[in-house]
Design a protein around this ligand. Structure first.
Ligand SMILES: Nc1nc2c(ncn2[C@@H]2O[C@H](COP(=O)(O)OP(=O)(O)O)[C@@H](O)[C@H]2O)c(=O)[nH]1
Ligand SMILES: [Mg+2]
Length: 359
């Protein structure tokens, strides 16, 4: 999975990127010109499993974070969406809009003042305009081509694009439109900016911590139908913490009143929003976390490990994480009957420990 950090110039994207890089303990740490990295998804439960099994290695789930530059405010005061930006965003599964709240006279804001709500609206509107233009162009082309030949594809696309146009004309992002599976398939080759799952990350300075609650509420109230996911963070402050040792950082965090790192909070929000969860595989070689979507079956989850496991699936041996910790070992789980056999239709739960039996 790939997450793109987007936002106006000087909103703190690069500082946040470095913060996430540092706190993930990723091997690629510290390359100055780097804009893309794979980070480990922090997972206390996996750490605990590793301490129990003492395997040769621990493999966290990973995801890619992309510091996407190229959103510029032009002299006309409009956001210029460059093709470089579009190409990068296209590859992202979800976006984090970094919105500036921090005050710093030495760092100019492209709009010359600090106003997070304005910046959110600004980006949302430009994204919507971009989608509107694309939909209009496509509709025109569909209608023109249909005069020549009414192919199946054109006939499928026409009603869907008409529906999209009616929706965006109400100035609503496409992610709020409910589409059935067929409609989604018809649109799968197209890239709509307002369809990308997006979290608003508000970058506060450490002195404005008291404003966090009221700011978050103000933004939520401004988008009653969007139910936006908002994550506050303190990019500069948390960057400084991320370069300390874990123990030192924890002392500062406690003093400041935050319990989880920006990385934990941001990835946690993406997991929630995207309906993601983890299951684990354990053993002497490795303890490993795997990312799946909520609702996935044992067989589908096995397929995430290896396609052979999907094709040759027989059964899954399963124990829930809490159950396992309560019993303390696989042998004790078996004695207590907590180590279960499940078939391919079993819906995997967050934290399940799985052992896939296959041919
Ligand atoms: N005081 C303060 N300065 C920040 C904060 N976040 C970023 N900055 C500064 O703002 C400038 C621009 O940040 P940068 O991350 O490069 O912005 P980008 O253009 O969005 O990548 C840098 O000089 C940062 O040090 C913050 O939370 N507080
Ligand atoms: Mg930058």
């Amino acid at each position: 999975m790939q997450i793109g950090l987007i936002g106006l110039q000087n909103s703190g994207k690069t500082v946040l990127f470095k913060t996430l890089l540092n706190s993930s303990g990723s091997a690629a740490q510290g390359k100055a010109d780097q804009t893309r990295t794979v980070v480990k998804v922090p997972d206390q439960r996996l750490n605990k499993l590793t301490s129990i099994f003492n395997p040769k290695k621990q493999v966290n789930a990973t995801l890619e974070i992309d510091d996407v530059a190229g959103l510029q405010v032009g002299d006309d005061g409009k956001i210029r969406i460059t093709s470089d930006f579009l190409n990068k965003v296209k590859n992202c599964d979800a976006l984090l809009h970094v919105v500036r709240q921090f005050e710093n006279d030495a760092v100019p804001h492209p709009e010359n003042s600090i106003d997070p709500l304005r910046d959110i609206n600004f980006l949302e509107t430009e994204f919507l305009f971009s989608d509107m233009a694309m939909i209009e162009n496509r509709l025109e082309k569909i209608k023109k081509d249909m005069l020549k030949s009414k192919t199946d594809q054109l006939q499928r696309e026409l009603p869907v694009f008409t529906k999209l146009q009616e929706h965006v004309n109400k100035e609503l992002p496409i992610r709020l439109l409910s589409l059935d599976e067929n409609e989604k398939r018809t649109l799968s080759g197209y890239q709509f900016l307002t369809l990308k799952p997006m979290i608003r990350g508000i970058n506060f300075d450490e002195n404005s911590k008291d404003k966090v609650g009221s700011m978050v509420k103000q933004i939520e109230d401004s988008f009653p139908e969007h139910k936006p996911t908002i994550v506050p963070f303190f990019a500069q402050f948390e960057f400084e913490l991320s370069s300390l040792s874990k123990e030192e950082a924890e002392v500062f965090m406690q003093d400041f009143g935050i319990t989880d790192s920006a990385l934990d909070r941001i990835l946690g929000s993406f997991y929630n929003m995207l309906g993601l969860q983890s299951f684990f595989t354990v053993g002497e070689d490795e303890c490993r976390a795997w990312t799946i979507t909520k609702g996935m079956t044992a067989q589908e989850s096995a397929g995430v490990i290896h396609t052979d496991f999907y094709n040759k699936f027989i059964r899954a041996e399963v124990v829930g994480y809490e159950d396992f910790i309560n019993h303390g070992s696989i042998a004790k789980c078996k004695d207590a009957g907590a180590w279960r056999l499940e078939g391919k239709e079993y819906i995997v739960k967050d934290g399940d420990i799985l052992n896939i039996r296959h041919n």
